[in-house]
Design a protein around this ligand. Sequence first.
Ligand code: SAH
Ligand code: SF4
Length: 367
Amino acid sequence: MHVSLYELDQTLLKAVLQEWGQPAFRAKQLYKQLYSQLASDPQQMTDLPQKLRDELSSRAAIGNLTCVREQTADDGLTRKVLWSLPGGAVVESVLMIYPPDRATVCVSTQAGCAMGCVFCATGKLGLLRNIETGEIIEQVIFFERYLRQHAAELSHRLDVPIPDHITNLVFMGMGEPFANYDRWWRAVERLNDQQGFNLGARHMTVSTVGLVQGIRRLADEGLQINLAVSLHAPNNALRSALMPVNDRFDIDDLLDAVRYYIERTNRRVSFEYVLLEGKNDTPELAAQLGALLKGMLCHVNLIPWNPVPGTPLERSHRERVLAFQQGVQAAGVPCTVRVERGVEIAAACGQLAAIPSPTSPIELHAR
Ligand code: SAH
Ligand code: SF4
C-alpha cells in the first residue's frame, strides 16, 4: 500500500520530495494542494510539474480511507459516512449543517472503544484499533470537499444559506480521543495550522470520558480547544455503574483535572450528561449535580439518550429532561439540552457503531 500524503507533516513531505530530487518549495505547494486546494488526485495539482504529478500518482496516495456508504437525514442537513480503514476496521463520521452559517463535522478517533460505557453503541465493539493522524484529517477533508461542491445546490433546494466550508469540528465520534492522544493531537495541529487547513482552535471541541492525564496535557498545550467532559452522574456509585472508567479516575480526580484546565486556559468547560429514564434523571440527582458544579466556569449539556439496539435502557421523557434542566439551573449552573440530529440514520451521539443498517436509505459513493 502506498503512503498516504495526509500522514506526513510539512517536514516529512519535504524529506520525501527531496529524496525524489525536488526542491524544498515543492513541499509547500503540495501541502497547499492537500489542505487548501483539496486536490483528490495528483493530476489536479497543475502547479506541480507533470513528472512529479506522475510520481505522486504511482508512489503515494491521497488518503487511505474508502467510503463504503453515505446516508443523509434531516432533509440533507445531516450526512453520515461509513469508512473502511486499511486492515478492515470500519468507522463513521457525521456532517451536521446548521443554516445559515455553521457546519460541524463529528470526527472519530478510534475504531471501537475500550471504555465500555454501558449506554454507548461504540463501547459495545471494544477497541479495534486507533485511527491514524492522516485518517483523522481525511474525515474532515472529505466533508470540506463535499461542502465546496454541494453547498450552492443544497442552499438552492432548501432555500436557506448553507456554508461552503466546515466551521466547527467536534471530536465526539467513535472512540476516546485521549486514549489516542498523540495521533489525535498531530491531526489537531495540522487542521489548525495556518498554512494547513487553518481552522481556529476555538472552533474545535474534544469530548473525553474523563482520562485525567489527557485533560491535563490539553491544558498545557496552549491551544484554545474547547473541552467537553462526559460526566453522566453526580456521584461515584452511579457513575461507576454507568462508566467503568470511574473506577480508575473518580469524580474527585476528574474535577481536579478540570479545575486545572480552567485555571490554565480560562475557558468554560462543558459537562455532558446523557439522560436515562429512572437511572440518572431524578430531581435529587439534578440538585446533587448542581451542588457539585456550582461556582465552576462550566455549563451542563443534557443529552437525551439515543437508542442503542439491545441495550435495556430508556431515554428520559421530555418533562423529566426539562425538570432536570431546571434543577441544575436552580443551583446557578447554566444548563442546556442538546439539539438532536440524525437519530433515524443512527448518526446521533453514541449511536456510531459502523454497522450497516439495511432499513436506512443507502447511497453508494463512487470514489
Ligand atoms: N469517548 C468520548 C467521545 C465520544 S462519545 C466521550 O465519551 O466523551 C460523545 C458523547 O456521546 C459522550 O458524551 C458520550 O457519553 C455520549 N453518548 C454515548 N452514547 C450515547 C447515547 N446512546 N446517546 C446519547 N449520547 C451518548
Ligand atoms: Fe467510548 Fe465515549 Fe462510548 Fe464511552 S461514550 S464507550 S468513552 S465512545
